[in-house]
Write a protein that binds this ligand. Sequence first.
Ligand code: RTP
Length: 151
Amino acid sequence: MSASERTYIMVKPDGVERGLVGNILTRFEQKGYKLCALQMMQPSKSLLEEHYKDLNTRPFFPRLIKYMSSAPVVGMVWSGKNAVKTGRKILGATNPLDSEPGTIRGDYCIDVSQNLCHGSDSVESAEREISLWFPAGVCDYQRRYDSFIYE
Ligand code: RTP
């Protein structure tokens, strides 16, 4: 865990279609995380199959790839202390049935298959996903007000 820990957060097609990009981005910004990359794109099936390769034996995998490639997504890289774990808390539990009010999924969705956003589940998967979605690299910069966020 360090102030330079990074996570990959993605607004899924349902989040883009429902106009929730700004809301999702704002929650990470206001928490104090540093935005290092932002892109909108319609992902290919092969990119999504690579991203979700650990799930390729699951029964919902074909449905997941179809849904994720159905419209643009917005991918972001955020950095800061505990970005991976706290990022998952900000999103809420995968199944909106279990996600607490106050989280993105707890506040805005109902079905597990349309759960608005993705967040890396470990530091290792974050680094893999950042390289996959941002092969040209992301911004690295010193933010002047970090002294107001970290001791
Ligand atoms: P994500 O990768 O999207 O952040 O989700 P996660 O780690 O919290 O959950 P994971 O188990 O990796 O599932 C990835 C995505 O697959 C869809 N899903 N559908 N039973 C179902 O229909 C089902 N289960 C999972 C969700 O979109 C989930 O976020």
